[in-house]
Write a protein that binds this ligand. Structure first.
Ligand code: ITT
Length: 197
């Protein structure tokens, strides 16, 4: 079976993706590569283009994922700039920008893009919630400041309890992807290999 690849610079994402896809009996190989990212207001477009670059690099069926944290009070910021903002001002910087506002609604969005030699598909997942008033323990990235709806704990705290995937944007996008992949994907057209259906 030709394995599915996940291309990213972020090993934490891979660990979550590997464990979620295991539940759907899909195994995935991590390839740590920095991919060209186009400038766009749309994470969907960024991800699809990224998956095409990834396929051009590794010539294997591949998924990439682009995420963004959209904070209502900050007019959607950091959104598609989430990676840069995390590296520069980080969680403390976001909390300072929030200035103790009571309006803390936020959405974490995942856009997962699949590419092979013929197919380019996208799958979305969203987790609505709110920004915490402080930075908690656990998790990575924005996990310590994001509280999903239905929980009093941040993604960070949920990760410690092994419960983040019950709420996560990534798990929702991966569920959609896994259903499509298991039911419809027949393998690359240029490969002798075809998946057993
Ligand atoms: P890629 O190489 O896969 O693009 P990245 O870390 O740059 O890795 P993104 O641009 O998709 O990933 O993510 C934007 C930011 O959001 C980045 O700082 C991530 O750490 C953060 N992030 C994404 N998913 C997250 C999650 O489930 N929990 C916390 N932070 C997350």
């Amino acid at each position: 079976m030709v394995p599915l690849y996940f291309v990213s610079t972020n090993h934490n994402k891979y660990l979550e993706i590997e464990s979620i896809l295991q539940k759907y009996r899909i195994s995935v190989v991590f390839s740590k590569l920095v991919l060209t990212e186009i400038q766009s207001d749309s994470i969907e477009e960024i991800a699809i283009e990224k998956s095409k670059y990834a396929f051009a690099e590794i010539s294997r069926p591949v998924i990439v994922e682009d995420d963004g944290l959209f904070i209502c009070q900050l007019n959607g910021f950091p959104g598609q700039y989430s990676s840069y903002v995390y590296k520069t001002i980080g969680n403390d910087g976001i909390l300072k920008l929030m200035n103790n506002s009571k309006q803390r609604f936020a959405v974490f969005k995942s856009f997962l893009a699949f590419s092979d030699d013929m197919n380019h598909y996208g799958f979305t997942g969203e987790s609505e919630g709110r920004i915490a008033f402080g930075v908690t323990e656990g998790g990575w990235g924005y996990d310590p400041i994001f509280i999903p709806n239905g929980s009093d704990l941040t993604f960070g705290q949920l990760q410690i309890l092994n419960r983040k995937t019950e709420f996560s944007h990534r798990a929702k996008a991966l569920k959609r992807f896994a259903q499509w992949y298991n039911q419809n994907y027949k393998g690359m057209s240029t490969y002798e290999y075809k998946r057993d259906s």
